[in-house]
Design a binder for this molecule. Structure first.
Ligand code: NAP
Length: 257
């Protein structure tokens, strides 16, 4: 018996990286998981296949966030897959960082609109559309970033994550009366496709490890396990919170390792 037996979950961007690890973890806890993706169908199919191979249940849903009608498309596919069941858990994970298109020098107004549309607008309207499907005990988990408290050149990306943290607090306040909790999991530096600079360079990995109390960069599973807590009944008395899941990133000055 899994702690999420009989539950359903939507994981946006569940096809790769942190989202895939979250989808696999929630499925292994017993949930039927909608693995959402934007364009990489192969990755989504692989994620669903991995869940099924491990004895879990999942289906893929395509919707390119940040485009007109994105949330309508997502919910059409989601409701097809749910076959009349409600939705218990929403994980707003999909995001883009944009790198050059997210800096003060490089960003255009179009880049700004697109990044906000994917990283901040979509999560809000996904929650709005999910609420009629959700009942008491529902869980909303937003995946933010440590860039809300440390500065990076990608200011637009960081601004979207700041908005997400504010959204968590506001929604927790209004959804409490329905018994729905809303929390944020905030990753540190984690090995995914988004961080190719880390994957490709042992020197970068060494530098990151030196900034982290636990002495290494994060893996997607490190985040998925924290999300599993917020998805589970064990987190029933926690809402409106941001949990930094980063191995102890920049806790203070330290000797060079
Ligand atoms: N990696 C880190 O170090 C780190 C640190 C802090 C916070 N985070 C946050 O953690 C979350 C996951 O990051 P990650 O590193 O796992 O990312 P990733 O490896 O780049 O994966 C991104 C996922 O989001 C989906 N996605 C991206 N843009 C989309 C769009 N426009 N429409 C629909 N789906 C879209 C992708 O699907 P397709 O492939 O189909 O597009 C993919 O499943 C993000 O919110 C990110 O900001 C990551």
């Amino acid at each position: 018996m899994g702690i999420l037996d009989g539950k359903t979950a939507l994981v946006t961007g569940g096809s790769r990286g942190i989202g895939r690890a979250i989808a696999e973890r929630l499925a292994s806890d017993g949930a039927l998981v909608a693995v959402h993706y934007g364009s990489n169908e192969t990755a989504a199919k692989e994620a669903v296949a991995a869940i099924e191979a491990a004895g879990g249940r999942a289906f893929a849903v395509r919707a390119l966030l940040g485009t007109p009608g994105d949330v309508d498309t997502l919910f059409a596919g989601l409701e097809r897959g749910l076959e009349g069941r409600g939705l218990d858990i929403v994980v707003n994970n999909a995001a883009i960082q944009g790198y050059g298109a997210s800096t003060l020098e490089g960003a255009t107004e179009a880049d700004f609109e697109r990044t906000f549309a994917i990283n901040a607008r979509a999560p809000l309207f996904i929650v709005q559309r999910a609420l009629p499907l959700m009942s008491e005990g529902g869980r909303i988990i937003n995946i933010s970033s440590g860039v809300t408290w440390f500065a990076i050149p990608e200011v637009v990306y960081a601004m979207t994550k700041g908005a997400l943290n504010v959204m968590t607090r506001s929604l927790a306040h209004v959804l409490g009366e329905r018994g729905i909790t809303v929390n944020t999991v905030s990753p540190g530096i984690t090995e995914t496709d988004m961080n190719q600079w880390l994957v490709d360079s042992t020197e970068s990995q060494r530098k990151v490890a030196a900034m982290v109390a636990l002495g290494r960069h994060g893996q997607p599973d490190d985040l998925a396990d924290a999300v599993a807590f917020f998805a589970s009944p064990d987190s029933r008395w926690v809402t409106g919170q941001t949990l930094e899941v980063n191995g102890g990133l920049w806790l203070g000055p330290r000797e060079e390792r």
